[in-house]
Design a binder for this molecule. Structure first.
Ligand code: PEP
Length: 248
């Protein structure tokens, strides 16, 4: 059986003082939790995470990474730098980056490849917009998003990624996919992973993200192919984040 993983995506939130309170609240309350957990924070706070979370059960990571190796890429942060600050994870292809920064499936795939090369676990986000769901295009959209990554990283690397299904219409809106809707997409994604690497597919974690909260987490994560959550808003309050980790 796959173990559960709960990852907080802080997005562009935080301050040194607020982070210290949030992180110490999580570390103090995490004792006895069975699910693995991590926080993905803005890059300037990675050093703070390394200082406060080292030796705790809470891993940390970033929310984006450059597809490039070190060099003349002003404003970018490369995978080796994230590894240098002890990151275990990096989110790639979040819908906010796809929408506001025009990230294509191919670019997301290159980011996942760069993360893997630095020893990081990419959390590959896929998800459809409301219009795409209403057109019946969900499976095709998320399939193409995952396919681009699988094609580039290859069969051997399948076991080293985490996938996150995040319907765009559910992110930050308070609207959640029903457990059945989410399970259907997760099962499709797992079938796609199986086509690429039959042995690895059953071990790959597929997280659900999109308004997951303490009151809907248990039902979502009880689905056979939902292996945890990628949590936005509810990851900014220690009590809510801990309640979701306990539900997992
Ligand atoms: C996210 O940003 O990845 C997310 C799932 O956000 P929220 O939980 O706020 O919907």
């Amino acid at each position: 059986m796959r173990s559960k993983l709960v990852v907080g995506n802080w997005k562009m939130n935080g301050s040194r003082a607020a982070n210290a309170t949030l992180l110490s609240g999580i570390v103090e309350g995490i004792d006895g939790a069975k699910a693995a957990c991590a926080v993905c924070v803005p890059a300037p706070y990675l050093f703070q995470c390394e200082q406060l979370l080292q030796g705790s059960p809470v891993a940390w990571g970033a929310q984006d990474v450059s597809c490039q190796a070190p060099g003349a890429f002003t404003g970018e942060v490369c995978a080796a730098m994230l590894a240098d600050f002890g990151c275990r994870y990096v989110i790639v292809g979040h819908s906010e980056r796809r929408a506001y920064h025009g990230e294509s499936n191919e670019l997301v795939a290159r980011k996942a490849q760069a993360a893997l090369a630095a020893g990081l676990t990419p959390i590959v986000c896929v998800g459809e917009t409301l219009a795409e769901r209403e057109e019946g295009a969900t499976a095709a959209i998320v399939g193409a998003q995952l396919d681009a990554v699988l094609e580039l990283i290859g069969k051997e690397a399948v076991a080293q990624i985490v996938v996150a299904y995040e319907p765009v219409w559910a992110i930050g809106t308070g609207k959640t996919a029903t457990p059945e809707m989410a399970q259907e997409v997760h099962a499709g994604l797992r079938a796609q992973l199986r086509t690429c690497n039959a042995e690895a597919a059953d071990g790959v974690k597929i997280l659900y993200g999109g308004s997951m909260k303490p009151d809907n987490a248990r039902e979502l994560m009880a689905q056979p192919d939902i292996d945890g959550g990628l949590i936005g808003g509810a990851a900014l309050k220690a009590a809510d984040f801990l309640a979701i980790i306990r539900a997992a």
